[in-house]
Ligand binder design. Structure first.
Ligand code: ASP
Length: 323
């Protein structure tokens, strides 16, 4: 029998109704009771880390989750983390990056409806998560509505549909009646597990709309932000003509040592700064392409790079490294 540690953190899956709306209250043990007689190929132990709406999670909480996995990694065959769906993709990206050389599966799941609600997707997602954890494929994965998504590639696309997550720019695996159809199985790393903590909090995302003033970027730099992800349009890049060019503000930011990353408001396919002058000129000034990564992954990656890298060149290398 495999031994799986369930780490409960809250979210709708653990919610009960209250006067103020849904509040996460179920204990991990109570959540397991919703699996009923389902026979799972594992023994489960439960640890409650927190019971929060995931919109209230902070980067410190990612570290708490990563530490809980790292400290028990030798003792279990895998981990299931129950989590709110709203910021689950950030947590998945964070754990994917913090747990370097992870040799065990860490499966994050949640639900669109509380476990006790009629027709809830919670029992299925939770059961699937344990099944995937028992497969033994190392790495951090999001399991939701029959999909298995790489932790660095997940994005919440729907607030209500049960198929809430997309796998961005990477194939997903599917849970079928005959088990999990993996697209590729990560090999077990030979190096020992390394817990990489330390995140720079002065990182933010600046989402552009037509007409956004470049003064906003100046203000972020003056407020002490050390990294700004500019979520621009299409293939990336920033306005560059006389009526609102971002180029002087990017030059100023880079000269002050602030990292600028260009991301896209499009979910799929990624950034190509070489395609138009809006990208080429920004890149010439030192803006880094977000490539095909999600904004969630870019955010965590930048937080980590700014804390761990010694030079702007090292930050660039870290940002450009594949997911
Ligand atoms: N607000 C909830 C949360 O993220 C939503 C959910 O879990 O579906 O905690």
């Amino acid at each position: 029998m495999k031994r799986i540690l369930m780490l409960a953190t809250g979210g709708t899956i653990a919610c009960e109704p209250s006067e103020d709306g849904l509040v996460p209250r179920l204990s991990g043990g109570a959540m397991l009771a919703f699996l009923g007689e389902t026979s799972l190929p594992c023994e489960i132990e439960v640890r409650e880390l927190m019971n929060l709406d995931s919109s209230n999670l902070q980067p410190d909480d990612w570290e708490t989750m990563a530490r809980a996995v790292a400290e028990s990694c030798e003792d279990y065959d895998g981990f299931v983390i129950t989590h709110g769906t709203d910021t689950l993709a950030y947590t998945a990206a964070a754990l994917h990056q913090m747990l370097k050389n992870l040799a065990k599966p860490v499966i994050i799941t949640g639900a669109q409806l509380p476990l006790a609600a009629p027709g809830s997707d919670g029992p299925r997602n939770l059961r699937d998560a344990f099944f995937v954890a028992c497969e033994g494929v190392p790495g951090v994965y999001v399991v939701f509505h029959g999909a298995v998504i790489d932790g660095g590639r997940a994005k919440k696309m729907h607030t209500e549909s049960f198929a809430a997550y997309a796998s961005v720019n990477a194939p997903l695996a599917r849970i079928t009646a005959r088990g999990v159809r993996w697209k590729e199985r990560r090999p077990v790393p030979v190096e020992p597990l390394e817990l990489v903590t330390g995140l720079e909090r002065m990182v933010c995302v600046l989402k552009l709309v037509p007409g956004t003033s470049p003064r906003l970027l100046d203000m972020l730099v003056d407020a002490g932000y050390r990294g700004v992800i500019i979520e621009g349009f299409g293939a990336g890049g920033v306005p560059n003509d006389g009526r609102g060019s971002f180029l002087p503000s990017i030059r100023r930011a880079v000269e002050k040592g602030v990292t600028i990353v260009c991301a896209s408001q499009c979910v799929f396919d990624g950034v190509d700064l070489s395609r138009y002058p809006i990208g080429v000129l920004a890149a010439r000034l030192g803006a880094i392409s977000g490539g095909d990564k999600t904004v969630e992954t870019l955010t965590v990656r930048l937080m980590q790079a700014l804390r761990h890298c010694g030079s702007a060149e090292e930050v660039r290398e870290a940002m450009e490294r594949p997911v």
